[in-house]
Design a protein around this ligand. Structure first.
Ligand code: 3PG
Ligand code: MG
Length: 421
């Protein structure tokens, strides 16, 4: 109910696209919490590329952009491996795609870096910023005040810009200084969602409240305990719920199946039965994988076979859905008009166990091309659609992991509430 209310209010909120940023310094909260390898190379830049249209719109209007983000979970103060300076070059490249190496890092749209997110230096760098220029502030979480939602810290940040744009959907479930508290230091016409946030909220609302039926939710991943709340919320909305990944074996064992050494949360067997019972009452079909690809060890070179999921021999474990399950799941997905996918079907990082997730990704892509609306979210399922090169073939790929999950659990996200209120 409350989400409906928020959605309704969105229409009355300050609209980012209609706002003219000319001469303004926009303080934009982004989620640049991207994975890096040991050489500080970005291994997945989705969250950065997603924000480029927001940044470009502000620059195009004749405004300047001050970007703030957290990066990782630093424990106490600055640490090189958590510095956002490692992202500057890549950000510059994204903003200047035609720029050649020879022109140098700072040709085209200029991207500056501030070694701190508050203080004298950051303040003067922000003040000196000219229209068309970008300043990236150092990791907000180098201050413990960020996660504490400290008001004085939020107020200091707020002074850096004339207008606050929250585009950090990935962090919208955190009630931190820069994601929520800061909003109160800006007048109603000077705080708004950016395009990422708008797109995320719009797609999530479409699935939660305007889903065309049949609506199929595909839920995977290792643990039932992580997904109980989302499943319960989906029982009120979905037509079919497909359950894959490690969590399926807790359900299968609860129903009396033999799961060998498959992943299982023994303290959740009753929860699993309870979910199955509720689904029956609500007329929602829950689909468990009838067959599994089982392995004699958790390893890329394990011996494997395809067997009924409730007859896994001792010493073996299910690491992917089997061929028959792929067929049944694909058929349901093919008939759906709305598809929500969170969590992989198996250990898709290993080639022997990628087939289930890959075929499900293909089924989602095909159903989308036949007119279904599909939303994929959660770190692993997004990594999967990227791995199989299908990100362009689904309707929407969420930049949120935990945030997306909480949204679909029906929670009000502090980052969204702070602006909607
Ligand atoms: C994420 O990657 O889930 C977001 O950036 C939030 O990060 P956090 O879980 O460390 O708060
Ligand atoms: Mg997280």
């Amino acid at each position: 109910m409350f989400l409906r209310f928020l959605f309704f209010k969105n229409h009355t909120m300050t609209n980012f696209s209609k706002h003219n940023f000319k001469g303004e310094k926009a303080l934009v909260r982004v989620d640049f919490n991207v994975p890096l390898d040991e050489n500080f190379h970005i291994t997945d830049d989705n969250r950065m590329t997603a924000t480029i249209p927001t940044i470009k719109k502000i620059l195009g209007d004749g405004g300047s952009v001050i970007l703030m983000s957290h990066f990782g979970r630093p424990k106490s103060g600055p640490e090189n491996k958590f510095s956002l300076k490692h992202l500057v070059k890549h950000l510059h490249g994204l903003l200047n795609p035609t720029n050649t190496e020879a022109e140098g890092d700072f040709a085209g749209t200029k991207v500056f870096f501030a070694d701190d997110c508050i203080g004298e230096q950051a303040t003067s760098q922000a003040a000196d910023l000219k229209p068309g220029e970008v300043l990236l502030l150092e990791n907000l979480r180098f201050y413990k005040e960020e996660e504490k939602g400290d008001e004085a810290f939020a107020e200091k940040l707020s002074k850096l810009g004339d207008v606050y744009v929250n585009d950090a959907f990935g962090t919208a479930h955190r009630a931190h200084a820069s994601t929520a508290v800061i909003a109160k230091y800006f007048d109603a016409g000077k705080k708004m969602f950016g395009l990422v946030m708008e797109g995320e909220v719009k797609s999530a609302e479409k699935v939660l409240h305007q889903a065309e039926k049949p609506f199929c939710a595909i839920i995977g991943g290792a643990k039932v305990s992580d997904k109980i709340l989302i499943i319960e919320n989906l029982l009120e909305r979905a037509t079919d719920i497909i359950i894959g990944g490690g969590m399926a074996y807790t359900f299968i064992k609860a129903k009396g199946g033999k799961i060998g050494n498959s992943l299982c949360e023994d303290d959740r067997l009753d929860t699993a039965l309870d979910i199955l019972e509720k689904a029956k009452q609500k007329n929602v079909s829950i689909h468990l994988p009838e067959t599994s690809i089982i392995a004699d060890k958790f390893a890329a070179e394990a011996n494997t076979r395809d067997c009924p999921s409730d007859q896994v021999p001792d010493g073996w474990m299910g690491l992917d859905i089997g061929e028959k399950a792929v067929g049944i799941f694909s058929e349901i997905i093919g008939k759906s008009k709305t598809i929500l996918w969170n969590g992989p079907m198996g250990v898709f990082e290993m080639e022997k166990f990628e087939n289930g997730t890959k075929k499900i990704a293909l089924a989602v892509a095909e159903s989308t091309s036949n007119g279904a609306f599909s939303l994929v979210g959660g770190g692993d399922s997004v990594a999967a659609v990227n791995k199989f090169d299908l990100a362009e073939k689904v309707s929407y790929v969420s930049t949120g992991g935990g945030a997306m999950l909480e949204y679909f659990e029906g929670k009000v996200l502090p980052g969204i509430a702070a602006i909607s209120e």
